[in-house]
Design a protein around this ligand. Structure first.
Ligand code: HEM
Length: 186
């Protein structure tokens, strides 16, 4: 079985769990204040992962690595809404000590650009400022599926003996985010 298929299957429950936690927060993001807080929750966790991934040189082999979405997109959007980001450590993020663990975390971050397309539509209907560009959730816009296809191709080049390590890290990344969200409200 391809690693991309294994990942989708083995993280299915973690994804549902996280979706159940995020949908109510999205529904509450009708005002600029709440929407900015929602971005802040994503920023804290994604920034923690980015810092951990940055120590692993091999992760830069992912196609289009430097063009891919990072927590700096969240920082930019939060600042465009007039707020500053914090730089506090998020203790629920997993340990990342290898290229395969970094890839598991990146699977969760990159995959969230797919759900992001749905989130952007939800926000478009709910959010008070109809002219706002949803930089983070809109991800790569029309390029989202092409960027995902390239990422999956890379995943599927990973040797089979490393698959379990990637999958374990992806699940830990999902669960860590769920724990982070559970600890906060808007
Ligand atoms: C309201 C919240 C969310 C909704 C409605 C949602 C919905 C979806 C949908 C419909 C897909 C499949 C898209 C496709 O195959 O074209 C998807 C994929 C995915 N989402 Fe979410 N999502 C949400 C939140 C998140 C969050 C917060 C994360 C992670 C931080 C996440 C991570 C992923 C991943 C990794 C995939 C790829 C699954 C695969 O391997 O194909 N999602 N999501």
């Amino acid at each position: 079985m391809l690693l991309s298929e294994k990942l989708k299957e083995s993280t299915y429950q973690s994804h549902i769990g996280l979706e159940k936690l995020t949908v109510p927060l999205i529904r509450q993001s009708t005002s600029r204040e709440n929407y900015t807080k929602l971005l802040g929750l994503f920023y804290d966790y994604f920034n923690e992962l980015d810092k951990k991934i940055a120590d692993i040189a091999e992760i830069r082999e992912v196609p289009d690595f430097s063009k891919r979405r990072s927590s700096s997109w969240l920082k930019q959007e939060i600042e465009s809404l007039g707020l500053e980001v914090s730089d506090e450590e998020v203790s629920s993020a997993p340990q990342i000590n290898s290229a395969f663990e970094a890839l598991g975390a990146m699977y969760v971050m990159e995959g969230s650009t797919l759900g992001g397309q749905h989130i952007t539509k939800m926000l478009g209907k709910l959010y008070e400022d109809k002219d706002h560009d949803f930089i983070f959730f809109n991800g790569y816009g029309e390029q989202t599926h092409a960027m995902w296809a390239n990422f999956k191709e890379y995943l599927n080049s990973i040797p089979e003996n490393a698959h379990d390590e990637v999958i374990k890290s992806a699940n830990e990344t999902f669960e860590g985010f769920a724990a982070h969200i559970s600890l906060h409200s808007l």
